[in-house]
Design a protein around this ligand. Structure first.
Ligand code: ADP
Ligand code: MG
Length: 225
């Protein structure tokens, strides 16, 4: 589903250039649950940004379902991203001024679903993630696990081809993390492709396959920390 060919990412600040990723060649197939693991600063967030089409590489190619996306115009890339990709973040990024229902509905407003379809989708996700009783509440008052479940429901609402997650349990304790990972596992068992970045070896063991990153390269064995 996603294939990268020699992708590079260089960040320039004035005179300084920092190579955050070099020669990344990875292949992610439909239905996989892949973990990108590595210490802080190894380039996980940068790589997720490229794979999820938020950012573009400084060199190389990225194929998403056969389309090369690194050289698409920003508007085409955004359109493709909204239709096919969702992201869940460590800093949960819900909109505090919107209710739980409205937050989950958000991604659908960019697509062509009718109001009735949106309602059906959001209602069923709220039921699935046991959020129905919170429908009209505002997320700022809810605990972190509940907020991350709302973010996951929102990520699911557009039926994405891939859910990317960047340290999704960074703000959760171990019991909450286990509950969150149960939801990931269930989604993946139903065929959802998931790509998660984490520095935590506890979190990394939940995936089916680990891509270890170190100093911006994919390494062939896990690096001792
Ligand atoms: P990780 O998610 O594994 O902690 P990042 O992808 O955030 O790693 O960062 C990889 C490297 O790229 C780090 O050295 C970081 O300082 C640098 N970097 C990331 N984003 C930027 C940016 N926007 N500008 C400059 N340097 C950046
Ligand atoms: Mg990061």
């Amino acid at each position: 589903m996603i294939h990268t060919r020699n992708i590079q990412k260089v960040f320039r600040r004035g005179e300084h250039a920092r190579q955050a990723l070099q020669n990344i060649n990875i292949d992610i197939e439909e239905g996989e649950y892949v973990v990108i693991s590595g210490p802080s600063g190894s380039g996980k967030t940068t790589l997720l940004g490229l794979l999820s089409m938020v950012d573009v590489p400084s060199g190389g190619e990225i194929y998403f379902k056969g389309t090369e996306v690194a050289h698409l115009s920003e508007s085409k890339r955004n359109k493709l991203r909204r239709k096919h990709i969702s992201v869940v973040f460590e800093h949960i990024h819900l909109i505090d001024e919107l209710t739980v229902y409205e937050n989950i509905e958000m991604p659908l407003l960019y697509l062509s679903n009718s109001r009735k379809e949106r309602r059906r989708i959001v209602d069923s996700l709220m039921e699935r993630f046991r959020l129905t009783h919170l429908r009209g509440q505002y997320p700022g008052r809810l605990d972190n696990l509940v907020q991350q479940k709302i973010a996951l429901a929102r990520a699911c609402s557009c039926s994405p081809d891939v859910i990317f997650a960047d340290e999704p349990t960074g703000r959760l304790n171990s019991t909450e993390s286990d509950e969150f990972f149960d939801l990931f596992r269930e989604l993946n068992e139903e065929g959802q492709t998931i790509v998660m970045a984490t520095h935590s070896s506890d979190a990394a063991r939940h995936g089916q396959r680990v891509i270890p990153l170190y100093d911006g390269h994919v390494v062939s064995r896990a690096v001792e920390r």
